[in-house]
Design a protein around this ligand. Structure first.
Ligand code: ADP
Length: 434
């Protein structure tokens, strides 16, 4: 209230001075009272003019640059300016805090691996993160305030959005784009909707592979089981001759072995998949690995093939000995199984140009037509099912080899031509070699 008293004092003093000066001037023209009145009016006007000047400066500040400090003035206008400046500063700080919080929130959503989009009550796009933009083919700026059903033209997506209240994930594919997405729609606020999208292409592929795998395993096991069940039934109902009994037992043993091989291969695959990555500091000597494979190969071939082992530069591979052994043994066993008697199977360890090395198994067998090459290494993929089963194949040998070499940072390479034999190579990167 100080300013009120001062302002009052100033106005009274100005009016008093004006009255005194006016009275003195009025006496000179014999009109002292008129002079005094004019002096009072002039004094009071001076006070008002000062007020108007200060008010004008404050108004100018408000109009032009309220972000700067308010004009430093005394009295009423000074206090008004000071209080306005303070409340503007508080408002600016609150706005800044609010904006920072929103930015943090949006960057957290932006970092989400899932797509997030916000729709207003009319189904128009309000905001979306870059994952949603990428997955749904949206322009996060240009498409704002556009109806989402005009932007995403997948029938399942549109039906789900218009269909109402289900909050389940619905799979859909965008016309002209590969892969499958899923969308969850959740209502929030005043009729707005939150869209959560996810790329489920990989998950669907894995599910499909798992289903195929289970179907394949069941099929592989059912065939020998059916044969065994048939023989058991026959033997329990019919009196067989000694020759028939021997024949039946031989077929039953063969089918049992087939199932055992299948289970062994399944266990090898499961073990490879379930175990940690092969160590990088355990060295497997290549020459002794090849010598062991050579011993097994000679016994399996029993002199039916010409076998040639070339130990090349020697050295060692960093990794898991059992996995490396399994991978090479599968390739050599295949070469022996598929190459007719009299053929040649060569195994060599060779250095390649870019510092990598390879274990190579070449045979003079039937070869493989080009269309099959990309699918070799898939579980249960067989080029010639009859021949594979005849020779005790499980359809998993190349899958095991491919998986094992990949876990060592390498690749399985195949070169083959129908009628001209095949070359299978386990290629290892320099980082795994010594
Ligand atoms: P399988 O147990 O049937 O041999 P693999 O996974 O080891 O299963 O091999 C997959 C398929 O690749 C085989 O069924 C066979 O048709 C073909 N294959 C593999 N190795 C050779 C080879 N050395 N020569 C010709 N065909 C081969």
């Amino acid at each position: 209230m100080d300013w009120m008293f001062l302002r009052w004092m100033f106005t009274v003093a100005a009016a008093g001075c004006g009255a005194w000066l006016g009275h003195a001037a009025g006496q000179a023209i014999d009109l002292p009272r008129v002079g005094m009145l004019a002096g009072v009016v002039a004094g009071a006007s001076l006070g008002m003019a000062l007020d108007a000047l200060q008010a004008r400066r404050l108004l100018q500040w408000l109009r032009d640059a309220p972000a700067r400090d308010a004009p430093r003035q005394s009295g009423l206008w000074g206090e008004l300016g000071h209080r306005m400046e303070r409340s503007l500063r508080v408002r600016d700080r609150d706005l800044l805090d609010e904006r920072r919080r929103i930015e943090q929130f949006l960057s957290a959503i932006e970092a989400s691996p899932n797509g997030v989009a916000l729709l207003d009550r009319n189904g128009q796009l309000q905001w979306c993160n870059s994952t949603a933009a990428d997955q749904l083919g949206l322009d996060p700026v240009g498409d704002l305030r556009q109806p989402i059903t005009n932007l995403v033209r997948a029938p399942e997506f549109v039906a789900h959005l218009q269909g109402g209240d289900s909050t389940d994930a619905v799979p859909f594919s965008l016309p002209g784009r590969p892969g499958t997405l899923s969308v969850i729609v959740r209502p929030y606020g005043d009729g707005q909707h939150l869209l959560l999208t996810q790329d489920i292409t990989e998950r669907q592929r894995t599910d499909e592979m798992r289903r195929d795998f289970v179907a394949n395993v069941s099929h592989e096991i059912r065939t020998p089981l059916t044969v065994l069940a048939g023989y058991i039934e026959t033997m329990s109902q019919v009196q067989l001759t000694e020759t028939e009994r021997r024949r039946a037992l031989s077929v039953m043993a063969e089918q049992t072995n087939r199932m055992r091989s299948l289970v062994d291969d399944l266990l090898s695959l499961a073990q490879i998949e379930g175990s940690p990555r092969p160590p990088t500091d355990r060295w497997v000597d290549v020459t002794s690995l090849m010598q062991r494979v050579e011993r097994d190969a000679r016994s399996l071939s029993s002199g039916r093939h010409t076998l040639a082992f070339d130990f090349g530069p020697g050295g060692a591979i960093a990794g898991n000995e059992a996995e490396l052994m399994g991978a090479l043994a599968n390739l050599v066993t295949n070469a022996l199984r598929y190459t007719p008697a009299g053929g040649r199977v060569g195994v060599r360890w060779l250095r390649r140009g870019n510092g990598s090395c390879a274990l190579e198994v070449a045979d003079t067998g039937p070869g493989i037509a080009a269309e099959h090459l990309p699918r070799l290494g898939e579980r249960f993929y067989r080029v010639d099912s009859g021949r594979s089963r005849e020779t005790g194949g499980t359809g998993l040998g190349l899958a095991i080899a491919k998986h094992a070499v990949r876990r060592h940072g390498g690749e399985l390479e195949v070169e083959s031509e129908l009628g001209k034999g095949s070359v299978f190579r386990l290629v290892f990167p320099p980082a795994r070699l010594r």
